[in-house]
Design a binder for this molecule. Structure first.
Ligand code: FMN
Length: 453
C-alpha cells in the first residue's frame, strides 16, 4: 500500500499550519550555513510563523523549520489548545499505540544505495560548530536483546558522503543498545521530516521497554505506519520525508564537536572535540520531491528544541509532584530547562512545599532551581514569577537548599552534582489578607483603541 498523504506525516502538519496562518514560505535564496539558522532564531524570537525555505543555495531540497517553535504550534500538533496541551500530552503518553506494518510507504518512493549526504541541505547553525549537523533527524534503533524500538534525537555530523559521527549520550537508551550489540554493528535509521508527534516522542527518555514509535502514535492518536528498511533489519516510519539507513560501527570513534548546545554554550565546559561513534550509511530513501527538516538548539524562546524538551519534562515533574501532594496544579519548565515553576492550590498542608520541591528534584536531574507559586500567579509569565519571588519570599525562611544532588552533565557551572535551591514563593496561608493582589476593575476588558488615536 502506498499512500501519498498519510495523516501522521509532515505534509499534513504543514497543511494544518498553513490553514492556521502559521506557515510562511520563504522564497528568497538562503544559505544553509548560518543564514537559515539566523532567520529561524530571529523569527521564533519575534513570534513569527513556522518557515518553509523553498530556495536553499546549492540544493534542490527545501527546508522546513520552526515547526514546533512555540507552545501554540505544539498544541496545534496535538490537536489541543495552548491551555490543554500539557494535560493532553501527559494523558496520551500513558497509552502507547502499537505500530502498523505496511508493505510500502512514501518514504521509499525513491531509493539510493549509494548515499551522498551532501545532497541534503544540512544547516550549520553556530559560529563554532564543527560543521553542518543533522538536528531534526529521529534516530531509530532496535534493542538487540528485546527487539524493542527506541527513537531519540542525536546530533549527527557528516564525515563524508556516507559516513557520519553521532554523539550518543552516555545515559541514553541508544548507548545501551550500542553497548549490547557488542562487536556487531548496530543497525540504525535516521528519519527526517516527520510530524511533531515523532519529535515529541523522541525528545523524551521513556523507560527502556517503551517503544517510542508507539508513543508517537499515541500522541497523534493514530498508529504509526512503518515499512521495512531497504538495507538494514529495521522498520521505519512510512510517512517520513527522508530515511538514512546504516550501521553504527563497533569500537570506532571519530572527533566530533564543538556543537552549540541547548545550554547556550558549546559543550560541558570544554571546546575540545569528543570521540563520538561513527555511522556507515548503507542506503538513503526519500519521497518524491522531499522536504528536509531542521531545528536549532538553545536556551531561549528562539530555539525549537526547548519547546520539545520542556513539554515532556513538565509531564514528568507534574506526575512526580502530584504523587506527594494533592495541591499541585501545574508545572512550567522554563525554556532554559534548569528552572521549574510549580503552581499549588490552597489544598496544601504543612510541609507539602518541601516535599513537592524534593520530589521535583528527584524526578528531574535537569532542575537546579524550583520555584513554588500560588494559583493567582501566571506560571507562563516571567514577570509574574519574579513578582512572586520578590514579594512573597522571606529569604531566610523560604529558600531551601538541597545539598549535593545529581545535576545534568551539560551544565558548565557544575560538575555532575550541585546544591539545589527551592524557593517557596507562596503566600502564608494564615496571613493571606496582606497579600490581596491589587486590581483595577474592568481593566482587562478595556479596548485602548476607544481612547487612544
Ligand atoms: C533537539 C535535540 C537534540 C538532542 N541531541 C542529543 C544528542 O546529540 N545526543 C544525546 O545523547 N542526546 C541528545 N538529545 C537528548 C535525547 O534525544 C533525549 O534525551 C532522548 O530522550 C534520549 O532518549 P533515549 O534515552 O530513550 O534514547 C537531544 C534532544 C533534543 C530535543
Amino acid at each position: 500500500m502506498t499512500q501519498d498523504h498519510e495523516e501522521s506525516d509532515l505534509r499534513c502538519y504543514l497543511a494544518d499550519l498553513e490553514k492556521a496562518g502559521q506557515l510562511v514560505r520563504v522564497t528568497k535564496a538562503v544559505d544553509p550555513r548560518y543564514e537559515i539558522a539566523g532567520v529561524m532564531v530571529k523569527a521564533a524570537q519575534q513570534g513569527k510563523p513556522a518557515l518553509l525555505f523553498e530556495d536553499v543555495k546549492g540544493h534542490s531540497i527545501p527546508v522546513a523549520a520552526n515547526l514546533c517553535a512555540s507552545r501554540e504550534r505544539l498544541a496545534l500538533a496535538l490537536g489541543a489548545s495552548s491551555e490543554t496541551a500539557r494535560d493532553v500530552y501527559r494523558e496520551r503518553i500513558s497509552r502507547p499505540l502499537p505500530v502498523e506494518v505496511v508493505s510500502s510507504g512514501p518514504c521509499q518512493e525513491e531509493t539510493l544505495s549509494s548515499v551522498d549526504l551532501s545532497r541534503l541541505p544540512i544547516i550549520t547553525a553556530h559560529e563554532l560548530d564543527a560543521g553542518p549537523y543533522i538536528t531534526a533527524g529521529v534516530v531509530i534503533v532496535k534493542d538487540p536483546r528485546s527487539g524493542v524500538y527506541n527513537a531519540s534525537f542525536q546530533r549527527v555530523l557528516p564525515l563524508g558522503k556516507d559516513r557520519a559521527a553521532i554523539y550518543i549520550g552516555a545515559t541514553s537508551d541508544l548507548m545501551r543498545c550500542y553497548q549490547e550489540s557488542g562487536d556487531h554493528p548496530l543497525p540504525i535509521a535516521i528519519a527526517i521530516g516527520l510530524h511533531p508527534a515523532f519529535l515529541l516522542a523522541a525528545a523524551v527518555k521513556f523507560p527502556f521497554h517503551v517503544n517510542e514509535l508507539e508513543v508517537a502514535g499515541a500522541l497523534r492518536q493514530q498508529p504509526v505506519r512503518v515499512v521495512r528498511a531497504v538495507s538494514v533489519p529495521l522498520e521505519v516510519p512510512a510517512g517520513a520525508e527522508i530515511v538514512l539507513e546504516g550501521r553504527v560501527l563497533p569500537k570506532v570513534t571519530a572527533p566530533e564537536g564543538p556543537f552549540g548546545e541547548y545550554t547556550g554554550y558549546y559543550g560541558a565546559g570544554s571546546m575540545a572535540p569528543r570521540p563520538s561513534q561513527v555511522i556507515e550509511f548503507t542506503a538513503m530513501t526519500h519521497r518524491r520531491r522531499p522536504i528536509y527538516q531542521a531545528l536549532t538548539t538553545g536556551p531561549t524562546p528562539g530555539h525549537e528544541s526547548s519547546y520539545l524538551s520542556c513539554l515532556a519534562k513538565e509531564a514528568i515533574v507534574l506526575q512526580a509532584t502530584m504523587a506527594v501532594s494533592p495541591a499541585v496544579e501545574a508545572v512550567n519548565i522554563m525554556l532554559s530547562r534548569y528552572i521549574g515553576v510549580i503552581q499549588v492550590s490552597e489544598k496544601r498542608r504543612k510541609g507539602d512545599i518541601s516535599q513537592i520541591i524534593a520530589a521535583a528534584f528527584s524526578a528531574m536531574e535537569y532542575l537546579k532551581y524550583v520555584i513554588v507559586v500560588d494559583e493567582d500567579v501566571d506560571i507562563d509569565s516571567y514577570s509574574d514569577i519574579f513578582w512572586a519571588i520578590s514579594t512573597r519570599v522571606d529569604p531566610g525562611k523560604d529558600i531551601l537548599v538541597f545539598p549535593q544532588m545529581r545535576m545534568e552533565p551539560l551544565d558548565p557551572s557544575t560538575e555532575g552534582t550541585c546544591d539545589k535551591i527551592g524557593i517557596d514563593a507562596t503566600v502564608p496561608l494564615d496571613r493571606r489578607e496582606g497579600f490581596t493582589r491589587t486590581k483595577i476593575p474592568n481593566c482587562e476588558s478595556l479596548n485602548l483603541d476607544d481612547y487612544l488615536p
